[in-house]
Write a protein that binds this ligand. Structure first.
Ligand code: EPU
Length: 445
């Protein structure tokens, strides 16, 4: 276990390269189960969640080898269909192997998915869709496994009750080898899903976005190998863009995904952030004007992503005025607030006025504990001071790093393994643009 030691107050200047998108790389691992031919994925981030997912597919008979930033997958060892509990339960995307396993081998045994502690995050919408495609799925609470079986999957027309990013992908991954046509309505639109679709099409799948929020998948007999380069990580880019504006620095990112970040750029500019697109893959971020308070409400694509609100909160602690963040996608994503308050941030919780919460919120309203709030108010600017902090989830981790970068004094952040789940070499990238940051071994207490 490591900790980060960060000295605040440095203006970050320089350039860095954005890594491949975590939320595509994880699904690319699942796609490797769909064929017996080699699948080469390039621009794969070297992060802990990908390492775990590689273990998941290895346990299902996929050989893999890393070659620099690429991974070559080859499914050739037997037809294992049970995901081991120790790796699977730690990673939500491990449940996504269910579709390829059912379509190809007729059974799948998957642990109740883990991942970040952002709330209940059930997979009822995934399970319902798979059952409609002909699978029988039983959950055994004694061992925490879903037991699924199917005599081939059949194409269906399915309307998601609410948006689900991985639910949409799970049904796509099941439908590509199903008999007949599947039409997914009210399907999620995140651009990472389109990258997965492009990967699957390069393997011979027949998938079209027929209209807004509708995807048509015509099942094929088999898929073949491919080489595919995945998109950059928008969430990582937002973190570094905020770091630049927050520290009044000037940071250029390569492999930029700015074309897919409109909702962020809109509020970033309003808040005083600036950017310059140097060329298609290169963007410079900086502070253009003194920072001012701007409200955000998280939304499904193409709105302001839930993954961006925690780093946004740090920016708002340094902005003049009162701002609000209303989280509508997950029921629990403010775990970082108590740590920011320790550093001197002025943040209070509030209950946003919502007419019909059952339909308004993306999560199942019944999953929300009464004690949880969906809104925070931030009053700034507040000078932040150093603190000893511990991390509860991935985006909260990056948020505390950002806060430490503008705080006065030396901060200590424990639980860095949460950041390592999704950010490649965060301390190296930040040190490369002038941050005073070191990784040290965490003492055992
Ligand atoms: N939900 C249900 N039932 C379902 C599916 C979803 O209740 O069957 C609820 C969830 O509990 C959540 C909401 O609906 O409250 C939205 O869930 P969604 O399925 O859209 O999110 P996800 O697929 O679990 C992915 C990303 C998240 C990202 C969201 C939103 C991956 C592995 N994860 O989560 O990324 O925030 O979509 O775009 O792709 C991260 O990278 O740190 C991360 C959490």
């Amino acid at each position: 276990m490591d900790k980060l030691v960060i000295g605040g107050g440095k203006k970050l200047r320089g350039s860095l390269t954005i890594s491949g998108a975590k939320n595509v790389a994880l699904k690319a691992c699942v796609a490797s189960l769909l064929t017996d031919e080699p699948v080469t994925i390039t621009n794969v981030p070297d992060i802990a969640d990908v390492s775990l997912m590689l273990e998941v597919v290895r346990s299902l008979g996929v050989d893999y080898r890393r070659e620099g930033g690429s991974v070559v997958f080859h499914k050739k060892n037997g037809n294992g269909t049970k995901v081991p509990l120790d790796v699977g339960a730690r990673l939500r995307t491990s449940s996504m192997v269910i579709g390829p396993l059912l379509a190809r081998f007729g059974s799948a045994t998957i642990p109740n998915p883990g991942g970040c502690r952002l709330g209940a995050r059930p997979i009822d919408r995934h399970i319902e869709g798979l059952e409609r495609m002909g699978a029988t799925i039983d959950y055994h609470s004694d061992d925490g496994y879903f037991y699924a079986a199917a005599d081939g999957l059949t194409g269906i027309e399915y309307t998601f009750e609410k948006n689900t990013h991985t639910g949409t992908e799970t049904l796509i991954l099941a439908a590509v080898l199903a008999r007949g046509v599947t039409t997914l309505k009210n399907a999620a639109q995140e651009v990472e899903i389109d990258d997965l679709i492009a990967l699957l099409v390069s393997m011979g799948a027949n998938i079209d976005r027929t209209q807004s929020r509708e995807i048509r998948i015509e099942g094929v007999e088999s898929l073949h190998g491919t080489t595919y380069d995945i998109m950059g990580d928008r969430n990582e880019e937002v973190t570094y863009a905020i770091a630049a504006a927050l520290t009044d620095g000037d940071v250029t990112v390569h492999r930029s995904e700015i074309a897919n970040m409109d909702a962020f750029i809109d509020v970033f500019e309003k808040a005083g952030g600036g950017y310059e697109q140097i060329d298609e893959g290169t963007t410079r971020y900086f502070r253009k004007r003194p920072l001012v308070a701007v409200d955000v409400t998280t939304q499904i694509h193409p709105g302001f992503m839930t993954d961006w609100q925690a780093p946004w909160a740090v920016l708002m602690t340094q902005a003049t005025g009162e701002s609000h963040i209303h989280e509508t996608v997950f029921e629990r994503r403010f775990s970082y607030v108590s740590e920011l308050k320790k550093m001197g941030a002025n943040i209070t919780f509030y209950t946003p006025d919502v007419e019909d919460p059952e339909t308004f919120y993306n999560f199942n309203w019944s999953d929300k504990p009464e004690s949880h709030f969906q809104g925070i108010t931030i009053v700034g600017p507040s000078p932040l001071h150093n603190a000893v902090m511990s991390i509860s989830d991935l985006r909260a981790g990056a948020t505390l790093v950002l806060a430490a970068l503008v705080a006065e004094g030396m901060s200590y952040i424990y639980g860095v393994d949460q950041i390592d789940r999704g950010y490649e070499a965060i301390e190296k990238k930040l040190a490369g643009i002038g941050a005073d940051i070191q990784r040290e071994k965490e003492e055992q207490v």
